[in-house]
Design a binder for this molecule. Structure first.
Ligand SMILES: *Cc1c(COP(=O)(O)O)cnc(C)c1O
Length: 216
């Protein structure tokens, strides 16, 4: 496996300036990560604690985002090395992360993960209905800052339905921002749906496979 330079250029040329690129490096080697690092990329993401911990010795100006379901017993191991946890999906987890951050004197940006594509079962995330109380409760925590929202599009080829979910996310994002002005990032869009996500107001896309496979 290697990096796909033409796909990379295509993405860089097509994303607006206010949209950042988070490169999802799960299953990819340190060498491939360093290739993107050498091109100037600094935001990388992993979704499993075990795999992430093997990569933590890469250059320390990398901003590591954690994007997978985080088990409570993994919190302590990853907190020292992450710059952001995008997959915050319960208040119990928020409290645990906050407590651990306090212990090591760290303030951690986190994103609340929402499960809006409700037809996809077995997915983690908060519901729209929980949003307001979740954000209010998190305001009481001193060592995490909920400054973003993370959403996954539905697993379907139906672009209308993908657009509907991303629009719903965008509406929720803007309504929450009225009460929680620290909310800045709307993280949505992956390899297959990032163009739709950008049209629907995404400010961060998380791209994995498209950046790694099949360079001609
Ligand atoms: C794997 C993953 C991505 C990237 O998916 P691709 O389809 O490979 O671009 C984005 N977000 C999350 C949460 C992921 O687990």
């Amino acid at each position: 496996m290697a990096i796909n330079h033409s796909h990379y250029l295509e993405i860089k040329q097509n994303i607006p300036l206010n949209v950042s690129l988070c490169i999802v490096t799960k299953h990819h080697s340190k060498e491939d990560i360093l290739s993107y690092y050498d091109l100037g990329e600094r935001i990388f993401a992993e979704n499993r604690a075990q795999e992430f911990l093997k990569k933590k010795d890469l250059p320390n100006d990398i901003e590591w985002h954690f994007i997978g379901h985080l088990q409570k017993n993994k919190v302590r191991q990853i907190i020292p090395y992450v710059s952001c946890i995008q997959s915050l999906d319960s208040f119990v987890l928020a409290q645990l992360i906050d407590k651990e951050c306090k212990r090591i004197h760290k303030i951690l940006p986190v994103y609340a993960q929402f499960h809006l594509a409700t037809e996809d079962t077995n997915k983690y995330g908060l519901s729209k209905e929980e949003a307001f109380s979740f954000f209010s409760n998190c305001e009481k925590l001193t060592n995490i800052e909920v400054c973003g929202m993370m959403v996954m599009g539905p697993h379907t080829a139906n672009t209308k339905r993908i657009e509907e979910v991303f629009q719903e996310a965008n509406t929720l994002f803007h309504s929450l921002r009225k009460d929680f002005p620290k909310l800045k990032v709307l993280s949505m869009g992956m390899s297959d749906d990032y163009k739709i996500a950008i049209q629907c107001g995404s400010t961060m896309i998380r791209i994995g496979s498209y950046l790694f496979e099949g360079d001609e």
